[in-house]
Ligand binder design. Structure first.
Ligand code: EPS
Length: 401
């Protein structure tokens, strides 16, 4: 069973994570973690923080000479902005009077946070509820992503829309129609998307979306959007239909929904399937070059909570960032008078980053179910188990019927 825990406040000294349960002898290079951390910080519409900080992960334990030891892996991401927050965020006694924040931002965790934890300063809930925490997730989940790559599982993402402007690229249709180039990989989507400032797959919409973000910025407003996360090379048989908490689609939905500001997740054609006939929704089983195949992949690579072997297709929606420079209404909890919500340094749009975090969370879910199925204390053992399963599966299907 793999697990990870993150700790750290947005303007505290650092973020940390402990990752546990990966087999020994998995090659992890520091640059690999930093590469994905950098991807998370990119995208048109992000705030000042991304310009003043470059996230890097220091490996504190669990890896020796670039290989995992099977022991807990701990990673540290320093908040470079900490030096400007030492007094405000000190774990020691207060040295001077720190002004309390008493005006909650609608849409953020400000009001629920102080209500639940009995705080009199909203700063106490801002800090941990900030999407800054996702930097630690990307670092932790990069271990999972690297693990999956060893088995040919490849993950990528792209932005479908921002502020209602949809990219016209046909790739989603091709994915659902199971019409993909022979060597198509999930990562090839990210390779292309990362070339765009808003991580869309067509240049034309890049510009249209950037213009819409410029409008939002000018108005002091923010935007959300939708994105896809896709995994290829996932073997048949991850997950199970026997329990509510062993279904792969439920696991993935949980992972993606846990990302800050994500309000909807679907697998395959999702909500659209609800409007169609069954004959237009399911994936016919066919023979392609004498092997079992599917005419389409509307199920998004999961049937009955179990991976089918086709690409896993996840789509998610992110709401607009809650911090507005032209704020909406709120109440000052000190005076109990209506006021404008508080302004705070923030992003205008973070959908491109959300896609990268989606990749990370999908990697985590797949690695979790992969290791539950194949187990192993060392990579060599996991690989042997995996190979044996794939070989048997290929032979068995034909023999049994
Ligand atoms: C973020 C860091 C934060 C925000 C953003 C995400 O840094 P700061 O608050 O110092 O600007 O830029 O957080 C949010 C959008 C949010 O709603 O919490 C990051 O590293 O991703």
């Amino acid at each position: 069973m793999i697990r990870f825990l993150t700790a750290g406040e947005s303007h505290g000294k650092a973020l940390t994570t402990i990752v546990e349960g990966f087999p020994s002898n998995l090659r992890i290079e520091n640059e690999y973690l930093n590469f994905h951390l950098k991807r998370r910080q990119a995208g048109y519409g992000r705030g000042l923080r991304m310009k003043i900080e470059t996230d890097t992960a220091e490996i504190l334990s669990g890896i020796r000479f670039q290989k995992t030891l099977g022991s807990p892996i701990s990673l540290l991401i320093r908040n470079k902005d900490w030096e400007n927050w030492i007094e405000k965020m000190s774990p020691e006694n207060k040295k001077s009077k720190i002004e309390k924040i008493t005006i909650p931002r609608p849409g953020h965790a400000d009001l629920v946070g102080i209500s639940k934890y009995n705080f009199d300063d909203i700063r106490n809930s801002i800090e941990r509820s900030s999407a800054r925490e996702t930097a630690a997730r990307v670092a932790a989940c990069s271990i999972a992503r690297k693990f999956l790559e060893e088995f040919g599982i490849s993950i990528g993402s792209f932005v479908e829309s921002i502020g209602g402007i949809y990219s016209k690229n046909n790739i989603a249709k091709n994915l659902f129609n199971n019409e993909l180039p022979k060597n198509f990989t999930g990562w090839s989507l990210s390779e292309l998307a990362d070339k765009s400032e808003v991580r869309v797959l067509d240049q034309d919409h890049d510009e249209k979306i950037i213009n819409k973000i410029k409008v939002a910025k000018k108005k002091g407003d923010t935007l959300g959007g939708t994105f896809f996360v896709v995994a290829t090379g996932v073997p048949t048989g991850l997950g199970s239909f026997v329990h509510y908490d062993t279904k792969l689609d439920a696991e993935i939905a949980h992972s993606i929904m846990s990302i800050n500001a994500v309000k909807a997740v679907s697998i395959g054609t999702g909500f659209e399937a609800a409007e169609r006939f069954g004959s237009e929704s399911h994936d016919e089983i066919i023979l392609k070059e004498k092997t079992l195949s599917r005419r389409t992949n509307r199920a998004g690579g999961i049937e009955g909570g179990v991976s089918t072997g086709l690409p896993i297709i996840v789509r998610a929606a992110m709401k607009p960032i809650a911090t507005l420079m032209s704020p909406i209404e709120s109440v000052d909890l000190q005076t109990m008078r209506p006021v404008d919500a508080r302004r705070e340094r923030s992003d205008f749009v973070a959908v491109p980053a959300c896609g990268v975090i989606g990749e990370s969370m999908l990697a985590w879910s797949l690695a979790k179910y992969f290791l539950e199925k194949f187990g192993g204390d060392s990579m060599e053992e996991t690989k042997d188990n995996y190979k044996a399963y794939v070989q048997k599966l290929n032979g068995r299907i034909r023999k049994n019927f």
